[in-house]
Ligand binder design. Structure first.
Ligand SMILES: Cc1ncc(COP(=O)(O)O)c(C=O)c1O
Length: 399
């Protein structure tokens, strides 16, 4: 590799001594390595050694406008001059709620949370209270809390009441409802991702879930404000009973919300889901500024355009170069290009590709959907495709 990563390696050593596990699990195992971030601006970040990258992780989704985005920073600074946490209702949280009700199809009422895991857990609590049923079905990733996992350290009893179904698998969903007849409070699902919903799938899911007196919850923590301003539900034209939004809502500030239909949300309004930092001023101010900028800049259309250009470019290039192990998925605002590694030869090819793209100034998440922002310029997209093509050619030449 041409770049030096000396300082990143040194910081990694310090991380091992100071942080549990050297950092959170997904940060420990986030190849290509090594990257210790020192700062970011727009669609770029730079590491401890000063190497610049075009970023397609974008914080795993929050940075929809870009890193260190001026209008958001200004709005937060201005709001903070008048304090941050009161634990009274405040005017900004009502302003944001009104905006969300305007733009999100399933939103009549809004409840504030901090972070996606907090919000998905809150949505489940609402659903259990409303339906007076305990079990839930999940489809996708919904966070780290006990009900989401059945791994070391998690409360077995909580995880046991969570059933799981694959995306686009209507048959298994029907079986689960039969098998656990009358016990299921809700299906919480990511409405789209690496795979897109098959024709009629989301409509049929909604019919099926509601026919069992259960609630359909769309987890739009990733898709929200990207597929459309009102999320994947607006894009696909399917309105769930409740939805969860987080990540991109506040361009890097940790606010998240559960929104839902008025009859449901009014019925559960006394369910205890309160916390000190729910609706914190800085988070809410950031969200208002983020949505305003997305609207002012036609941000969603722009991300669709840039992401589609990337996907088209990768499709054309991999066909032309005959790259059989290419794995292309997602859609405009959340595209994905990766390489399968089913054998040693493919693994070597893959490693050469990621080393060369990192060296060429790209951060391409290898095993996770990518996130576009309104700061990914035409120049960024062209560079991404050019560096990727050179890296594929290099990997081919070496194999
Ligand atoms: C769809 C979805 N739901 C929930 C979460 C959990 O959000 P957080 O990591 O902010 O707790 C994530 C995080 O990646 C997610 O992608």
């Amino acid at each position: 590799m041409g770049r030096s990563f000396e300082k990143s390696f040194a910081w990694k050593e310090r991380a091992k001594a100071a942080l549990v596990g050297g950092g959170q699990p997904h940060k420990q195992s986030q190849p290509p390595d090594p990257v210790m971030v020192a700062g970011g601006k727009g669609a770029h970040f730079w590491d401890a050694d000063g190497n610049d990258y075009i970023d397609y992780l974008m914080g795993y989704g929050p940075m929809i406008l870009g890193h260190a985005y001026p209008t958001v920073i200004e709005a937060v600074s201005k709001a903070l001059e008048r304090g941050n946490v009161y634990n009274f209702g405040h005017t900004l949280e009502i302003e944001l709620a009104e905006k969300l009700v305007e733009i999100i199809p399933s939103a009549d009422r809004v409840a504030y949370f901090v972070g996606g895991s907090d919000a998905t857990t809150g949505a489940l609590k609402f659903a259990r209270a409303y339906t007076e049923k305990e079990k839930v079905i999940r489809c996708g990733y919904h966070g780290w809390h006990d009900w989401c996992h059945n791994t070391r350290g998690h409360l077995t009893a909580s995880a046991e009441s969570t059933l799981s179904v694959g995306f686009n698998d209507l048959e298994t969903l029907e079986e689960l409802f039969k098998e656990h007849h009358g016990q299921i409070a809700c299906l919480i699902m990511e409405p789209s991702g690496h795979s897109l919903p098959e024709e009629g799938y989301l409509e049929n899911v909604k019919k099926l879930v509601n026919s069992h007196d259960a609630l359909l919850i769309f987890d739009e923590v990733k898709t929200g404000f990207r597929y459309a301003l009102g999320g994947a539900q607006e894009y696909f034209g399917i309105t769930p009973d409740m939805s969860v939004f987080g990540k991109a809502l506040a361009n890097g500030f940790a606010t998240a919300v559960v929104v839902g239909r008025d009859d449901i949300m009014d019925e559960v309004s006394n369910v205890w889901v309160a916390a000190t930092f729910h609706g914190e001023v800085s988070l809410v101010a950031a969200a208002i500024a983020t949505i305003a900028e997305l609207e002012a800049k036609d941000g969603v259309d722009f991300m669709w355009k840039q992401g589609t250009k990337l996907l088209d470019g990768y499709r054309e290039m991999t066909v032309r170069l005959g790259i059989d192990q290419a794995n292309i998925g997602g859609i405009g605002p959340m595209p994905f290009f990766g390489l399968n590694s089913d054998n040693d030869e493919q693994s070597k090819f893959r490693q050469t590709f990621y080393e060369a793209t990192l060296d060429g100034g790209l951060y391409l998440p290898p095993g996770h959907i990518w996130f576009m922002s309104i700061s990914h310029t035409d120049e960024d997209i062209d560079k991404t495709l050019n560096v990727s093509e050179d890296a594929l050619k290099l990997a081919k030449a070496k194999s």
